[in-house]
Write a protein that binds this ligand. Sequence first.
Ligand SMILES: [Zn+2]
Length: 235
Amino acid sequence: MRPIRRTAVAVATVLAVAGCLVGLDLTRAAPAAAQQPAAAAPPPYEEDYQGALSSTNQWWSAHWGDYFTGTYTSPQLLSADPQLPQGVYDAPADTVYCGNVPLDDLNAHYCGAGDYVAFDVDILNWSLTLGDAFIYLVVAHEWGHAIQARLDPSLVQVRYELQADCFAGAEIQGAVNDGLVVLEPGDDQELYNSLVAVADASPWTNVNDHGNADERIAAYSNGANGGVNACLPTS
Ligand SMILES: [Zn+2]
């Protein structure tokens, strides 16, 4: 997946839980962190990360009014580590809190208390093994939680994490349709593999669950095929 345009994301810096991408199972399954890049070289995830932030924000900015009332505002990017891009932290070396909850290693978050998204550097580096579509999924999922925080509570699903996957599917497919990003050969498979990699082992039973692989794939596909309205409760 690659961005068409490189437009800076209009987000402010946060000086300062939260939805996350995965449960704790990933920590046990994850490979060792990638080696640190040379000081002058951009990190290997940088282009995809910036492309994902930009296209996700552009799409929601352009289409919020198609579905919802009020004015769209971008979530902020965590500012935690001057050595890393905005929005990126490196736990446990960086100790970052959302409220009184520390942001964990190998995960990604939307922090409602600060209205920011945050990505552990190791989960971004993990994209090197899963393909570049993984970063687009991670960013779109956390942005989905920021969207939930902006909605009337009646529009937020009890299956909170699966609704974030659905919004991710709606946004990524929408960005493709709008020409903001280009799907490259293998991206569909990478998205599938990524959803499997971050899924729970067991089916959804409560609001804290992310859902198993079948459920996460179904939720993402529902959004990709049906758009934002397919992610909202049926009245
Ligand atoms: Zn989540």
